[in-house]
Design a protein around this ligand. Sequence first.
Ligand code: ADP
Length: 270
Amino acid sequence: MVDRLARHQRELEVEVERATKELSRAYEELKETEKFRSEFFSNITHDLKTPITAIKEAVDLVVRKGRGKDPHVEIISKNTEKLSKMISDLLDCARLESGQLELMKEEGNLVGAVEEAVFMATSLAWTKGVTLSFERGEEYLPVVFDGDRISQVLVNLLGNAIKFSPKGGQVVVRLTREDRWVVVSVEDHGPGIPDEEWDKVFQKFYRGGRGVSREGIGLGLAICKGIVEAHGGKIWISRPTHRGIVFSFSLPRGLKEVEGGRDGYSHSGG
Ligand code: ADP
């Protein structure tokens, strides 16, 4: 009996060792494939960017020469913009996935950055007949952040909020301080997002269910999540008291301002 058990034990050990080797080989293969996929994705997207930039420059030149009113030029211009946005979204996604998104972080006033993004979105809101307001709460909130990347997050959230708002709707941007975090939220009166979709919203290529505009490739929010998380923050959605949706994100407050500047604290968002 003892002999049989010992033999069985040895056989099991050999089997476990064989299975472990197999698993490790499969894992290495997977890593190689993933690396190839990521590099391929990044290279091809990069190669697409060059001709699109050339087309954009040529269109700009035609517009500057006073032929921008030609409907064909308008079609080329609009579609080049769309294509260019898709390509830079794909490129950002590839960078985020391969950990190559470099942040140029500096301590600055987040209130100013939000104000600028709101200002930039004003004409879009005006065109759509949407009222855009900013409840800043404070004048100065120092945060260590990459201005261009946080502006990209804001432009995307504001763009969506305006796009999904009905004519005459309201979009409110708020900036609040929560313990060691600064929270920015964008609230709209649009159709909202059904509960069963909430856990998919920040996934790549999510484009909502039926009845919602499916224009775009659904990378904007995934990129926002990647950028915010690269800053050590969080992004989440919540329901306002009325119809619509609130997108919020948090960023750690500037280290100089937070007494002690300790790491590893938690907050209520998300
Ligand atoms: P894209 O990059 O194509 O614009 P996003 O990732 O920004 O896509 O958004 C993905 C999807 O999330 C949208 O297609 C839409 O279904 C949903 N969505 C985003 N923002 C809102 C909003 N403010 N109200 C309702 N649905 C939204």
